[in-house]
Every structure is written in C-alpha cells, then in structure tokens.
Ligand binder design. Structure first.
Ligand code: GCO
Length: 260
C-alpha cells in the first residue's frame, strides 16, 4: 500500500541502499543522505581500509552502515560481493551506481587502455552491479530502485574527456533500458545528472582560475555545486515518491543545461 502522508513518501526506513564509490565525494554524501532518510547503507570502494573508515564515520553519525569492498568493473568481484551480501541476509533495495573515474586527454593522444578503463568503470560497472541487484529485486518480488549517476556530459561533450562523456551518455540510456525491461517488476531506474560539483575528482579544475571562471559563467547559479545538493534528488528517486517515475534523468546543475 502507498504511504499515507506526503512526509512518509520520502521515508527510507527498512530499506537497504548500496552506493558504489561511496567512501568520499558525491558517493559518500549520497550514502549519508540516504542513511539520514532511514536507509541502512552499504558503503563500497575497492579499498577495504577506505570502506572501513567511511562506515565508521557514518556510524558516528548514527547511520546504520556496513561495508562491501569490491571492484565494480570486475564481474567476478561484483558477483562475489552480492553472494556475500546474500549470505549475510542483506537485500539491496536501492542501488546507486555512482563509482566513476576521470581521465582527461585529447583523443588523438588517448591510449586504448585508458579509454577502456573509463568505459569499464563508469558504464559497464553500472550494468554489472545493476544486473546483480535487479536479479535479486526480481526474485524477491518487492521491486527496487536504481539510480545511475550521469553528468552534464550525458547531454553534451567537453573536449579532452571523451571516454567519460561517452560513458555518461550511455548511463542516461542504460537507465531507460533498465526501465524498459524491469519496470514490470516494480523496479524504477533513473539517472541524476550533476553539474560541476566540488569533489576530489574536480580539484584541479576548481583550482584552475580559467576553468573556475568558465564554470561560474556557464550556469545561471554562477557557482559550483556541492555534493550534499544532490541528496534531495537521490532521496526522491530512492523513495516511494518516485514509484511512477522511470527512465528519467534529473539534472542538478544550477540551470546549466537550461540556458544558452
Ligand atoms: C570534467 C569534469 C566533469 C564533471 C561532471 C560535469 O573534466 O569536465 O570532471 O566531467 O565531473 O561530470 O557534469
């Protein structure tokens, strides 16, 4: 039965959320925000020590948290991780495919290995982790939520970040593909498209005066975004408030894509 009040619509109590790449930056902010909305959160990155530190930090904030260190781009690692969650009785109701890397290089100089590494981590991983989560959501018969993290580059390209751009464009249509196949199982799959957010990955850009000026001149909010400014959209897409929303992408970009 649907929640009885609009406030209850956004309550994630009793749900478990796996956020990939959640030991820092956007992923950590989303894990914290989903936890504050009531979810138990599963923290992920490839580094066990970083996962343990993030879990401890979340628990210090009274968030129910556990860790799952695995490589989202490695199929065997993903399968083993979900089998371990199965053994521990952990059911992922909400998946946030956030893990991602950046590699800035003009295509004329770009090595195939670097192209492939970005595609594997930023796009193929979302399929691998999404497939394992969805298989279990379907088997449990109580639906689920998948949130894939896109980018402004899901819509438009910036020079020197071609593999990232192509992967993020793929993320937008992967959410639509997931909706096409899994909506009948009451799974809602949507994307969030962050604008330029202050994160470790963007540190060099924030510190570059010309790039900083370009970002501020290119969006009507005239500023960079913060990771915590993505939390509201994530809670919405993770909650009953979005049960009839599927295959969409919501840009949290200061209005960047809305203006000439
Ligand atoms: C870059 C940045 C971008 C942002 C973000 C913008 O090098 O241009 O890393 O890719 O991170 O994706 O939406």
């Amino acid at each position: 039965m649907p929640p009885t009040t609009s406030r209850a619509l956004f309550d994630l109590t009793g749900r478990t959320a796996l956020v990939t790449g959640s030991t820092r930056g956007i992923g950590y902010a989303l894990a914290l925000g989903l936890g504050q909305a009531g979810a138990e959160v599963v923290v992920n990155s490839r580094q066990p020590a970083a996962v343990d530190a993030a879990v401890a930090q979340l628990r210090d904030a009274d968030i129910a948290a556990r860790g799952a260190a695995f490589d989202v781009a490695d199929e065997a690692s993903v399968v083993r991780a979900f089998e371990a969650l199965d053994r521990d009785g952990v059911s992922v109701d909400i998946l946030v495919n956030n893990a991602g890397i950046q590699h800035r290089k003009p295509m004329l100089e770009l090595e195939l290995a670097d192209w492939q590494r970005v595609i594997d981590t930023n796009l193929t991983a979302a399929f691998l982790v999404g497939r394992e989560a969805a298989r279990r959501m379907v088997a449990r018969g109580r639906g689920g939520k998948i949130i894939n993290i896109g980018s402004l580059t899901s819509e438009a390209a910036r020079a020197t970040v071609a593999p990232y751009t192509v992967a993020k464009a793929g993320i937008k249509l992967l959410s639509k593909s997931m909706a096409a196949e899994w909506a009948k199982h009451d799974i809602q799959a949507n994307s969030i498209g962050p604008g330029y957010i202050v994160t470790d990955m963007n540190e060099a850009l924030v510190k570059n005066p010309e790039f900083d000026a370009w970002v501020k001149a290119s969006n009507p909010a005239q500023r960079w975004g913060r990771p915590d400014e993505l939390v509201g959209t994530a809670v919405y897409l993770a909650s009953a408030a979005s049960n009839y929303v599927n295959g969409q992408i919501i840009y949290v970009d200061g209005g960047w894509l809305s203006v000439l």
